[in-house]
Design a protein around this ligand. Structure first.
Ligand code: FES
Length: 109
């Protein structure tokens, strides 16, 4: 199963008027193309995934399961998702998410 990253850019995530960081969708898509990551990891920019109170939210799906990440508030976190996808391309789909992203992990209620 090819991993998939669902990056929420919905009614709350990415809305600066709600004190959330803008989601760098254009930059992410450009990096995905630049590094040919689509053949290794799906990148999807979605509307609301549900747990808006955790904005900005990203859902990572792998053969190991689903990992919800919330409170993304820095470009570094999005860049780390790119880095992780590049590691998947090199090391295979079992490459784990880094601790810097796992600190954002939550379980939706
Ligand atoms: S807008 Fe992102 S979870 Fe609702």
């Amino acid at each position: 199963m090819k991993p998939t990253i669902n990056i929420c850019d919905g009614c709350c995530c990415g809305r600066v008027n709600k004190s959330n960081m803008a989601v760098p969708t254009t930059e992410l898509k450009a990096l995905w193309n630049e590094h040919n990551l689509a053949q290794h990891v799906n990148l999807r920019v979605t509307s609301c995934l549900g747990p808006c109170s955790r904005a900005n939210v990203t859902l990572v799906s792998t053969s190991e399961g689903r990992t919800w990440l919330g409170g993304i508030a820095s470009e570094d976190h999005y860049q780390t998702l790119v880095d992780w996808a590049q590691n998947i391309a090199v090391n295979g789909p079992q490459h784990p998410l880094p601790d810097s992203l796992l600190t954002l992990k939550f379980t939706p209620v």
